[in-house]
Design a protein around this ligand. Sequence first.
Ligand code: FAD
Length: 379
Amino acid sequence: MNFQLSEEHEMIRKMVRDFATKEVAPTAEERDENETFDMAIFDKMAELGLTGIPWPEEYGGIGSDYLAYCIAVEELSRVDASVGVVLSAHTSLAGWPVYTFGTEEQKKKYLRPMAEGKKIGAYGLTEPAAGSDAGSMKTTAKEDGDHYVLNGSKIFITNGGIADTYVVFAVTDPESKHKGTTAFIVEKDFEGFSVGKKEKKLGIRSSPTTEIIFDNCRVPKENMLGELGQGFKIAMQTLDGGRNGIAAQAVGIAQGAMDAAVGYAKEREQFGKPIAANQGVSFKLADMATQIEASRLLTYQAAWLETNKLSYSKESAMAKLMAGDTAMKVTVEAVQVFGGYGYTKDYPVERYMRDAKITQIYEGTQEIQRLVISRMVTK
Ligand SMILES: Cc1cc2nc3c(=O)[nH]c(=O)nc-3n(C[C@H](O)[C@H](O)[C@H](O)COP(=O)(O)OP(=O)(O)OC[C@H]3O[C@@H](n4cnc5c(N)ncnc54)[C@H](O)[C@@H]3O)c2cc1C
């Protein structure tokens, strides 16, 4: 067993940390305030090869692995969790299903430009009445000659509006329940596709989250992803890997808040000494550091399992559960360490606290992670 990261992984961490510190961090607060995504940041990520980390070079990627991808999401989220999730949804939720289930033509047509960062990807599963119970979706896809015609809508879609390529799920056979769902690749310019309401959010405010609408949206048959009726399986397997990305995002948020809290605790003086000199504060920092490290190890383990083609559903659910709860706890404590200043926008810890909450909700709430884990440990 070897807990040391390889030279390649260390190099990717250093490169992303430099980029995040110099080019993402300085404007993070402004983007949060204005709820705007900056395409220049995505373009720079593309230049650095970050938009296709785990995909082979023949599909426009840099041929690295899922651990490197998690390290990149972690480092971006350490300064701005919105940028972290834009990359995570693009890679795990859109790139992964096309790489895993796509035909050679689909990989060339859709994965390559996403990996090269020329196109942005998104994933449309959630509907107004189908969240945790995704299998109860109502969006339909009906065969019509050499097309399927999609009707319905999806909500809360990360990268909605900025994405070019949407992996979406629709009911092709209402009688067959989960086996009656099929996945499709939808281009933003397809007839009958449109972007609806943009959400105003508590956190990750500069990552766009929108509704997407299918109004007799015509999708060529060759854009079916996987086989007819395989959609639910594709959706669930995609989320298994996606959870590694969200766990990494949570670790990054927690680490960013921790770093800020440590710096402040060493500088801020009360009662004639730095507040860190009080065990009441330093023990808090010790607990925060320990929880972050445990979350990071679970996350890297899940990414390593995925890279090595071993089973990872349980481990990625555990990583997301642990890291999401850690991000929430650590960011709340970071605000506490900052006292009144932590509650203001003069310091970034209030943003970290707002951003942390989503990691307990999306790609399966913490309750759904427990459902996944409990099913596996009791089978
Ligand atoms: C910012 C943001 C970005 C998102 N991005 C995407 C995206 O890109 N693509 C996409 O498809 N979706 C996306 N989502 C949707 C997200 O995955 C869902 O919101 C999430 O899965 C929960 O579904 P829900 O909101 O309908 O909550 P519900 O399913 O209605 O859950 C409400 C509460 O009930 C609990 N609950 C439900 N069922 C059970 C059960 N069986 N046992 C115990 N507790 C239960 C839940 O844990 C939760 O606490 C995003 C959401 C947000 C807010």
